[in-house]
Design a protein around this ligand. Sequence first.
Ligand code: ADP
Length: 485
Amino acid sequence: MANRSGSQSSVVITMKVTTTPAAHLAFTNLAYCSPSDLSQFAVPGSDLFLANVADVFTLSLSGHESIQDGTIALNLVQRRHARVSADDMVTITRFVPPEKFDLALLALELEFVKKGTKTEQVDAVVLSTQLKKKFMYQVFTVGQRVTFEFHGTNYILTVDRAVVEADWNQTNGIERGMICNDTYFVFEASNASGIKIMNQREAATRKIFKEKEFNLGSLGIGGLNAKFDEIFRRAFAYRTYPPHLRNRLGAKHVKGVLLFGPPGTGKTLMARQIGKMLNGKEPKIVNGPEVLSKFVGESEKNVRDLFADAENDQRTLGDDSELHVIIFDEIDAICKSRGSSSDGTGVHDSIVNQLLTKIDGVEALNNVLLIGMTNRKDMLDEALLRSGRLEVHIEIGLPDEAGRVEILHIHTKTMRENSFLAPDVNLQELAAQTKNYSGAELEGVVKSATSYALNRHLKIEDLSKPVDEENIKITMEDFLQALRE
Ligand code: ADP
């Protein structure tokens, strides 16, 4: 078995960079050096070789007969990472893994090198064992592809996600780590590959990995990719891990997320999308002021009703219950600081209490996720924001210039596709002129520009004539006029 703290960690050698065909290395992602150089990195008694090139890129080295002593062959991606070119001299040192660099989870996509004629059954348990045998203590990076022979068939494994052991919450973003004894593998067969994976819990959550890569822009949400990633990492990434791993990582269920920030910035759009991602259907959205029924006492019943489905599922299905996402828009309307409401009826207080009971009280449900939204975080009852409740707080601010371009692009998409957008419309320029506009306001600008254009074409006196649709063009001037409104 390979030894992680081999005695040669101090070896430093200098090598000249040479190039190697990208296509070849795309499969293995290994850098090559000559067998004699290689011996300087070998961990005694193992087939493990790890090296650092200029402290930039971690490589596994593999001996290659055709490569001269003193040279290292790097493909394009590797050269870019290491910021070196052919003929540069680089120093290579044994890679000493940082502490807690062990991979807790490695998600791999499987495909054939050559597609088989019949469906290939791959046993996840056996494959995991083999992978560990071959790759123990090797470093894997998201996006890396390796070929692997298993039961006489060659597969390409693409690293989809790599989660290291260290404080998972913070290091989740670093998608690189080393295979260790405890690494848990999650496999997915690539589309229509004819590969069937056995012995792996049908991980519905795996879908989330994929959907995380959703292009939010194509869903009509602009400028919020980074926020979406943050929400995913802080609140949901753990849901994609198998239960035993969650325990090991000490990851707790996040029961609630608060999205706050100015109105019209896309909080509802995002919450809706998250709801859909997590359980594949439209989430329940409730509006704070609507819950506040005018009949005293009804409001608490409204809150109870909201949780009824989740409660029912938890009672009948237990741990198998699906996740119920409940979105509270304008949550400040019902969760004002207790005792602060001026109506004197105590209705707010009892609703807050009712909510808290559902989240962490005696009747607590563990199959719900609350997403609260507010423009007034300062108004919210502190108790609701504590750990175990709406504990992850994410601010959705006004879009920056790049975000505004994305949003304008989204809201002009249909008119562009239908050739209604004049060629002089410069979204970049419009974004520059709309500092402090929210997404909703940008949408308003587009609508208003559209009506200027239509007004030009449809004169009241000409209403009887057929509309010359072909010639309707929304011009830059229409947009500028909309901005001056
Ligand atoms: P919030 O919940 O933050 O008040 P919404 O999500 O309800 O805002 O946004 C209102 C409308 O404004 C949306 O339906 C959408 O048309 C537009 N909008 C707001 N933000 C964005 C955005 N980031 N990308 C695209 N459209 C947006």
